[in-house]
Write a protein that binds this ligand. Structure first.
Ligand code: ZN
Length: 482
C-alpha cells in the first residue's frame, strides 16, 4: 500500500449526521484550513481552501461593483480616541478588542485598536470627504481581516479571533428614507449572492436588543445548518444619523443648510463559506457549485498494460477540449488505485468525474459521474464537453432547490412554547410575539434559545403572544444559534 493510500484510510470523514465532527474533519480533509497555527482562533487557509475563498469573494465583488459600490482600503489600526467616541458602539465591542500599546519598546501616546469592524476607522474620513448633497450616495466597501477576542469556543470559518475575510460596506445618504432603501438593496444583493452559492437564507429584522451597537435597526440573514442551529451569515444595518453626530459627518442640503448624513453598513464574513460547505457537503466530502470548485472535472484514466497509451491520449484530448471552454480540469494519472482516486476527488468536491479505460476506448465512450447525485452516464467521447457544460448549467440551481426544500422542511410553525422547545434542534420555529422586549427576553429564557427576528413575510392571521397573551399579527423566528 502506498503512503498516500494509507493516509486516506487513516483519516475518514465522519457521517454528516454527526455534524460537528463532520465539519471539523472536512475543514482538514477537504484542505480548507489548517487549524494547527499556534494562536487560538487563528487559522491558515490552504491553497485549495483559498481557491474557494477567492471565487466566492469575486462573486461578492462583482455584485457590489455592478450596483454602484467602489472598493477601498482603510488601515487596520484605529486610534483609541476615535474608537471610544460612540458610546453604544464601544459597549458592543469593548470585550472583544485587541489593543496595540507599544511601538517597539516605547509605549504609544495613543493606544491603537486592531479593527473589530471599521466604522470608527472610516467615519472620521467621511467627515473630511462629505460636503454636499451632490456627494451622495457614497457606496464604499472593503474586504479585510478584522480581529475579535472571542471568549466562546473558536472554530474555523464560524467563530474566529481573526476574521480573515470580512467584506464590509459603508454607505452615506442624505435622508433616513434613502438609507432605508439602501438597506433593502443590500439585502437583495446578499440574497443574490447566497443564491449564487446555492444557499437559501432566512431574512429577519433583529430585535432591538440584538441590533448593531449604535445603529437604528438590523436586518440579518441566517442559514439553517445541518444540525438545526442557525448561522448568521450576513447583516445590514441602518445607522440613522447616530454615527454622523458622533463623527460630525454633515452635508449642505439644497437650501444651503447643514444636515447630518444618514448611514448604513452591511457585512459578510467567511461564514458564507462555512454555509456553502455545510449545506451542500455529504458523507463523501465537499459538494461545490461549479463556479466555486477549484477543480471542476477530474479525469481518471483506468490503466492496464494493454492500451494504456490510447487511454492516456483520449484523456488528454478530453482535458484539452474542456480547458478550451474554460473548465478547470485535472487528470489524475497518479499510482493510486481508482477507488482511492474517487475518494480523494469526491472529498475535494470535483463536480464531475470522467473515467476512461480500455473498454471505453473500444466503445468510444467515457463514464461520467456527477458529484452531487452520484448519477453515472455513458457518454460518447466526442460529446463529453457538451455533456459537462450542460450539466454545469443547472448544477448550482439543482443544489439550491434541494437545499431550499430541506430548509422549508425545517421551519416549524408553532403555537406554544412547549411545541417550540420540541422543534429546536431540528430547525427554526415560528411563534407569535407581541413585540415587547420583556416578553421576548422571557421567551428566550424559557426555551433556552434565541429570537432571530421578525421575518419580512406578510402574515395574514393573528395569534397570541405566548408570554403576555396579547393578540398580535407579528411572528418571530426562534432557533438555537451558533
Ligand atoms: Zn407579549
Amino acid at each position: 500500500m502506498s503512503e498516500s493510500d494509507k493516509s486516506s484510510k487513516e483519516m475518514t470523514l465522519p457521517p454528516k449526521s454527526s455534524f460537528g465532527d463532520w465539519f471539523n474533519s472536512i475543514i482538514e480533509l477537504g484542505k480548507i484550513m489548517d487549524v494547527r497555527y499556534p494562536v487560538k482562533g487563528l487559522y491558515v487557509w490552504y491553497p485549495f481552501g483559498f481557491g474557494i475563498r477567492k471565487r466566492v469573494y469575486n462573486v461578492l465583488r462583482e455584485l457590489l461593483d455592478n450596483t454602484g459600490h467602489e472598493e477601498v482600503m482603510f488601515p487596520l489600526l484605529i486610534p483609541e480616541t476615535e474608537f471610544m467616541k460612540e458610546a453604544e458602539h464601544i459597549k458592543g465591542f469593548e470585550d472583544e478588542v485587541y489593543w496595540v500599546t507599544k511601538g517597539g519598546l516605547s509605549p504609544l501616546d495613543i493606544n491603537l485598536a486592531l479593527r473589530p469592524t471599521s466604522e470608527t476607522a472610516i467615519y472620521p474620513m467621511y467627515k473630511l470627504w462629505i460636503r454636499s448633497h451632490t456627494d451622495f450616495p457614497v457606496l464604499l466597501y472593503q474586504v479585510v481581516n478584522t480581529f475579535r477576542y472571542e471568549t466562546k469556543a473558536t472554530r474555523p470559518l464560524i467563530r474566529l479571533r481573526e476574521i480573515t475575510s470580512f467584506k464590509e460596506a459603508h454607505t452615506v445618504h442624505a435622508t433616513w428614507d434613502d438609507a432605508e432603501k439602501q438597506v433593502d438593496r443590500a439585502v437583495d444583493i446578499y440574497i443574490q449572492f447566497f443564491k449564487r452559492l446555492g444557499v437559501p437564507v432566512l431574512i429577519s429584522k433583529r430585535p432591538d436588543w440584538d441590533k448593531f451597537p449604535g445603529g437604528d435597526y438590523t436586518i440579518a440573514l441566517d442559514v439553517i445548518m445541518p444540525d438545526g442551529k442557525t448561522l448568521q451569515v450576513g447583516t445590514c444595518h441602518h445607522l440613522g444619523i447616530n454615527f454622523a453626530k458622533t463623527f460630525d459627518i454633515k452635508y449642505e442640503d439644497v437650501d444651503g443648510n447643514q444636515q447630518y448624513a444618514n448611514q448604513t453598513c452591511y457585512g459578510i464574513s467567511e461564514r458564507c463559506i462555512a454555509s456553502l460547505i455545510s449545506v451542500h457537503g455529504d458523507d463523501k466530502g465537499l459538494v461545490l457549485p461549479p463556479e466555486f470548485a477549484p477543480v471542476q472535472v477530474v479525469i481518471i484514466p483506468i490503466l492496464f498494460k494493454k492500451n494504456s497509451e490510447e487511454v492516456l491520449n483520449a484523456c488528454k484530448k478530453i482535458s484539452d477540449d474542456l480547458k478550451s471552454i474554460g473548465i478547470r480540469v485535472e487528470t489524475d494519472a497518479s499510482d493510486l488505485r481508482p477507488g482511492a482516486k474517487y475518494y480523494k476527488w469526491e472529498m475535494k468536491g470535483a463536480c464531475a468525474r470522467i473515467e476512461i479505460g480500455p473498454r471505453d476506448i473500444e466503445n468510444k465512450t467515457a463514464v461520467v459521474v456527477r458529484r452531487d447525485t452520484g448519477e453515472k452516464s455513458f457518454v460518447p467521447l466526442d460529446d463529453v464537453t457538451v455533456f459537462i457544460s450542460n450539466m454545469f448549467e443547472n448544477f448550482c440551481n439543482d443544489l439550491y432547490e434541494k437545499a431550499e426544500i430541506e430548509m422549508n422542511e425545517r421551519i416549524f410553525s408553532c403555537t406554544d412554547l412547549k411545541e417550540v422547545s420540541s422543534k429546536l434542534g431540528k430547525g427554526v420555529a415560528t411563534i407569535y410575539w407581541c413585540g415587547s422586549e420583556d416578553c421576548g427576553k422571557e421567551m428566550e429564557d424559557r426555551i433556552d434559545a434565541g429570537i432571530l427576528g421578525i421575518p419580512n413575510i406578510d402574515n395574514v392571521t393573528t395569534g397570541n403572544c405566548p408570554i403576555c397573551g396579547n393578540s398580535t399579527d407579528k411572528i418571530v423566528y426562534v432557533a438555537k444559534k451558533y
